[in-house]
Design a protein. Structure first.
Length: 459
């Protein structure tokens, strides 16, 4: 009996000791993450070092307004869900998910959800393009016909009014070649069939298969790269190269230039030069089968317009890597990318670009050029003044004028499916909003996000 009693006491002592250890460990873990992600144990570790907001000049109480705002949007049926990450002075102060990952399954959104990036692919492509510029593989003033001969002799579709006031179009030769810089700042004369009103261009893109009216928007990943280049090059330009800012599929063609110059696919370039060095483990041009359960989905019908905006199928590798609209990523991956940009091209010992190159990219590359049909700021934020365009980014050039909070020199971009990010060097802050809300309300949420984050900065 005495032996049994001693054995029982030893077992109880062992159990109690481990209970204390687990309790302490859990307490430390909770303390470390209380200002970062509200994640499950299955999710990835924090993408950046964490901090209490007050330690980096932000307010915990004011950050709660972000949570309250987006929870209400979900409760009111206006957003399915999303993930938000905010870092200041290199420290993650807010990392939360809200709503559902899928409106059909009602699975709760998690911080490691994967999102279709659409045009937030463009900054990825632009950064790696500038790596090739740094190495002398390509140059910004290069004619793209040096790499893609199909663009050697381009025509421009010029609208005119006839005697009855009807619009007609005249084809005239391009006055100069399209350059790599034109592609990166959207002054190439290329267009999006979904946006342009130039009828010959719209029809040409539809015939080429890069514009699918009534089927799906911004998706030409189902054609081989050579076929895409040939179809776009056969279509006239909307403007003389270098003269007008108009948002376009230029970054898709930039990707083809990069492939021709390097001898590698765009997917290989981004993986080796960007995603791997920055440990962006969930970024790419499709979602592997084992990660598909993490893919975020949009409402089948947009709650504001009652229209359907089907999203691209990212479950299989595409026939071409779309440098303008084809990638997938997570809030964790993108906040690391954004922090690299804020740091002047480096993160945790990985030097992706020189600080001088980041400054060049985040400078005004438009000057006094006009825009059509919307200005860069008008397109992204619904505020036509105060912004210009750099090499892959919207750039703020005035502290006033724009109808949103922000600092001179901040740069940003967004995607048609809902994601949005910005980098503000003056405030030393980076912000990522991930949603799958492809309707026109996305512009409204970008403005809301700017206000909500700015009001949380207290010093």
């Amino acid at each position: 009996m005495e032996a049994k009693r001693l054995l029982l006491n030893r077992v109880l002592s062992f159990v109690m000791s481990w209970a204390v250890i687990i309790s302490v460990a859990y307490g430390l873990s909770a303390q470390a993450t209380c200002y970062a992600a509200k994640t499950s144990t299955s999710e990835l570790a924090s993408p950046l070092p964490t901090s209490k907001p007050e330690n980096v000049g932000m307010s915990s109480e004011r950050l709660k307004k972000i949570t309250a705002y987006f929870n209400k949007e979900v409760a009111d049926g206006r957003l399915p869900g999303g993930v938000i990450a905010i870092a200041r002075q290199g420290k993650l102060v807010f990392y939360e998910s809200f709503g559902v990952q899928s409106p059909i399954t009602k699975a709760p959104m998690k911080n490691d959800a994967i999102f279709r990036m659409y045009s937030m692919t463009k900054p990825f492509t632009s950064v790696v393009a500038m790596q090739l510029v740094e190495e002398g593989v390509i140059q910004l003033p290069d004619s793209i016909s040096k790499y893609l001969p199909e663009f050697t002799k381009m025509q421009v579709s010029v609208p005119k009014k006839d005697a009855d006031g009807r619009t007609t179009y005249e084809m005239v030769p391009a006055e100069r070649p399209i350059t790599v810089q034109d592609l990166m700042r959207h002054t190439s004369g290329l267009a999006y069939g979904e946006i342009t009103q130039n009828e010959p261009v719209k029809q040409g893109y539809a015939k080429a298969g890069v514009y699918k009216p009534g089927v799906i928007e911004y998706d030409c990943r189902d054609m081989p790269p050579a076929e895409q280049v040939s179809g776009v090059a056969k279509t006239p330009l909307i403007h003389q190269p270098g003269t007008i800012w108009e948002y376009s599929l230029a970054c898709d063609i930039l990707g083809r230039v990069m492939e021709s110059a390097s001898g590698k696919t765009l997917g290989e370039l981004l993986s080796v030069r960007l995603f791997q060095p920055l440990k962006m483990v969930d970024s790419g041009f499709y979602v592997p089968a084992d990660k598909m359960p993490r893919l975020a989905e949009a409402f089948e019908t947009d709650p504001f317009t009652k229209n359907k905006f089907p999203l691209i199928n990212v479950s299989t590798p595409p026939k071409n890597d779309s440098g303008g609209a084809g990638s997938v990523s997570t809030a964790a991956d993108y906040i690391r990318f954004a922090q690299m940009l804020l740091n002047g091209g480096s993160l945790e010992g990985a030097q992706v670009l020189s600080p001088t190159t980041i400054r060049l990219m985040a400078s005004d590359h438009l000057g006094d050029r006009k825009f059509n049909p919307a200005s860069p700021g008008g397109l992204l934020l619904g505020t036509p003044e105060g912004y210009t365009f750099g090499l892959g980014f919207l750039v703020r050039k005035n502290s006033g004028m724009a109808g949103v909070h922000g600092s001179v020199g901040e740069f940003m971009w967004a995607g048609a499916s809902g994601p949005f990010f910005w980098v503000d060097p003056k405030e030393n802050i980076v912000v990522v909003l991930m949603t799958q809300a492809p309707g026109p309300s996305r512009v409204y949420y970008r403005r809301s996000m700017k206000a909500l984050v700015s009001q949380a900065i207290i010093k």
